[in-house]
Design a protein around this ligand. Structure first.
Ligand code: GLU
Length: 507
């Protein structure tokens, strides 16, 4: 029987979640859904020096906003509770000791001062990159070099120690990763990593392996920055005699110019958010912007991330959630980094704005209308949406047409000087206002056909008269069709605006 697919997103709560992290969570989520499996959230908080308050809550809220919620893990419960590594602390020691008993790990008592001194020495001797490894370990203070009674005495005495992995010498480490295929390493390139510290905390490597195993993870899908750890992890699975999960490493997300990895610091500096939600640094109070607060639809954000590293094999760009799940496969994740494109991200938002039903759009627009001090019915807001969606990327953009809510206060000076003929234009508009007064029903179509007739009768051209009408209505020459604006604001309002405009421009 095939094993049930179980994947995990395992962030460390060291700050806000970068959009690369959201992409990792998304790909895990899609893979789990596609295979009817589980998507877990595990919080890897063993490095207490880097713990940032609020980061965990931020991560959970971000996943919620994106609609990629785990079905097991921190905040969700499940059969492997707890899912926070700091709360799992008591279980790791036994695993480190198991490796010692099997001859795959050892106690090391070298202090950090001693290790620093050795590294400095090595550098001075033009041998940088000194490593604690299969050769150097035999000259260090550890349970491989010290007599057993001394080792026990030191531990009993409370001397600080770490437990290190005993990386074998001259072994070829071969393992298969899904996106890259076979990776071959010589164990001689790998050092004896610390697995456990005497404060009782495991390091990332031990906790990660033990948890993936005990939580029955079948596929590890994570960022490429973890690829260098994969040989060690493969070795550790061998040492524990556990079946390893399958590994897939996601390509980097690059800066828009392709020059290097898109980092947490790039965001606002380059003029776009790198975080899903706004983040306030608890120490400095500095605010970093978020996609949510910038007016993005979560589905547009997710759709953009889907294609930032994965390709469907055809030219489909817009995916519903179901289509994403259906189409997703790890095999179609690219090998090379993907350039982040902020303009394309806006394009996605525009597409989603256009796909949003007018009822829903009006609900989203209402708060903006209110906060601008206007009060209109929902039906009116829906008609505003009908006129403005084509011109908007974000819901807030639809407020650019303030003339849909109130008469213009100013008239575009450039347009006035080009189009308005004092003495002539005012009379023309007043006459047109009279014509409009007789128009029934006052719809966009009726206004438009009546307007055509009006200029034909006068022997005038569209280009001479339409701008005047627009100016009266909106104060500018851009925006939706004048007839549509007029129909929306209503006959009396149109006549008032024409009267006010004529008075202002003729004086
Ligand atoms: N805690 C690691 C991180 O923050 C997880 C790496 C992994 O998925 O194995 O990225």
């Amino acid at each position: 029987m095939e094993k049930r697919v179980r994947v995990r997103f395992a962030p460390s709560p060291t700050g806000p979640l970068h959009m690369g992290g959201v992409r990792t969570a998304l790909y895990n989520y899609l893979f789990a859904k596609k295979h009817g499996g589980d998507f877990l959230l595990r919080v890897e908080d063993t490095d207490q020096g880097r713990y940032v308050p609020g980061a965990e809550a931020y991560i959970i809220e971000s996943l919620k906003w994106c609609g990629i919620e785990p079905n097991e893990g921190v905040g969700y419960g499940g059969p492997h509770e707890p899912y926070r590594q700091s709360e799992r602390k008591p279980m790791y020691r036994a695993y480190a000791e198991e490796l010692i008993a099997k001859g795959w790990a050892y106690y090391a008592f070298d202090t950090s001062e001693e290790l620093d001194a050795i590294r400095k020495h090595a550098e001075a001797a033009k041998m940088p990159n000194w490593q604690y490894n299969s050769i150097s370990r035999m000259t260090m203070k550890n349970s491989l070099t010290l007599p057993e009674d001394q080792v026990q005495a030191r531990i009993a005495n409370g001397d600080p120690y770490v437990i290190r992995f005993k990386m074998p010498r001259n072994e070829e480490v071969r393992f298969h990763v899904i996106i890259r295929g076979w990776v071959v390493f010589s164990s001689n390139e790998l050092d004896d990593k610390v697995l456990f510290k005497s404060d009782g905390m495991p390091t990332y490597h031990l906790a990660n392996i033990v948890d993936d195993h005990t939580m029955e993870i079948t596929h590890v899908i994570r960022g490429e920055e973890w690829l260098p750890s994969a040989p060690l992890h493969g070795m550790m699975y061998r040492a524990f005699e556990w079946e390893a999960p399958q590994f897939a490493h996601l390509p980097l997300i690059l800066k828009p110019d392709g020059n290097g990895k898109l980092s947490k610091r790039d965001g606002d500096r380059l003029g776009f958010p790198v975080f899903p939600l706004e983040w306030k640094d608890p120490e400095t109070g500095a605010i970093s912007s978020g996609y949510r607060e910038n007016g993005y639809f979560p589905d547009a954000f997710i759709n953009m991330l889907l294609l930032l590293g994965w390709a469907p094999g055809n030219n489909q760009e817009i995916f519903t959630r179901e289509e994403m799940i259906e189409a997703f496969s790890i095999e179609r994740i690219g090998k090379s980094g993907s350039k982040f494109d902020p303009e394309k991200t806006k394009w996605f938002n525009q597409q989603y704005l256009r796909m949003t039903p007018r009822e829903k759009l009006a609900d989203l627009l209402m708060p903006f209308i209110r906060s601008n001090g206007y009060s209109v019915s929902k039906e009116y807001a829906m008609q505003v949406c009908d006129l403005m969606t084509e011109r908007a990327v974000f819901v807030a953009d639809m407020m650019q047409g303030t003339y849909l809510f109130e008469a213009p206060k100013t008239y575009d000076a450039d347009a006035v000087s080009k189009k308005w003929k004092k003495g002539e234009s005012g009379a023309l508009m007043t006459e047109w206002s009279g014509v409009l007064g007789t128009l029934e029903p006052f719809t966009s179509e009726e206004i438009e056909s009546r307007f055509k007739q009006f200029i034909t009768d006068k022997g005038l051209g569209m280009g001479a008269v339409m701008p005047l009408f627009r100016l009266m209505l909106t104060g500018t020459l851009t925006g939706p069709a004048a007839s549509a604006v007029a129909a929306l604001v209503g006959k009396e309002e149109v006549q008032r605006r024409i009267a006010a405009g004529v008075a202002a421009l003729e004086s």
